[in-house]
Design a protein around this ligand. Sequence first.
Ligand SMILES: Nc1ncnc2c1ncn2[C@@H]1O[C@H](COP(=O)(O)OP(=O)(O)OP(=O)(O)O)[C@@H](O)[C@H]1O
Length: 264
Amino acid sequence: MQQTNHSSQPLLGVDGVTLQYATRQQIVTATHRVSFDMYENDRFVLLGPSGCGKSTLLKSIGGFLTPVEGEIRLNGQRITRPGPDRMIVFQEFDQLLPWQTVLQNVVFPMRSTGRFAASEREDRARVAIEKVGLSKFVDAYPHTLSGGMKQRVAIARALAMEPAVLLMDEPFAALDALTRLRMQQELLDLWAEIRFSMIFVTHSIEEAILLANRIVVMTPHPGQVIAELDATRFSYNHTGSDEFLAFYKQINSMLFGQQEVANG
Ligand SMILES: Nc1ncnc2c1ncn2[C@@H]1O[C@H](COP(=O)(O)OP(=O)(O)OP(=O)(O)O)[C@@H](O)[C@H]1O
């Protein structure tokens, strides 16, 4: 597998991680011995078909599920529980508290985890809201916002915590195609402006190529790593290029069994 040369230690090390659910009838293996390293400021995408264990992996990085085999380390420390250093943004639009304003929603995790001085929280929340372009809506309630705006609030809320890693579980999947494209572009712009480390889960090849500097491609259930690919050379400006199309086809073949497995 190709690895970029890094002198620093990985921000996040996923090492031989098998994840299972025990239901009353059976044990479901969601991922099998998954390994990868991510580094500071990576835009790291987990790409795979529905049911390959992407969300389960994110849950485990979030500290909500303990591996039955292998381990996950953040800055060298084994992850054993949830923490404010790992914030998750979900697909669902109802992840905001409906009885709180945009500002209150963004302040909420800072207050409930005791992050930052109490006197700073509101200012930090306002800065994060401004970064996602919603300054005019600080006092609005979630039900008055569009799906895209709600997702922007969820992103602002997570980033305001200044997590070591932002975990994004198909955050744009429920949006219409045009809004989704705009959100992808905004996320890249935001990353270019403030830099943060994120793991982004998707089953869209195009979204993966657009957003990632590195892509881990996974097999169907139970998820295993097929390849780890370098996607640094692509951005939303290259979607029409021959190189983009060739890369798309390469990944498509990996996912859909044309035996054309290669590392980029
Ligand atoms: N709470 C649970 N109990 C039992 N099995 C589960 C549970 N959650 C997920 N699974 C199973 O684990 C496997 C991985 O599910 P997971 O949601 O992580 O996949 P995914 O790649 O994120 O899929 P999708 O893209 O559809 O969200 C699936 O077979 C799923 O049925």
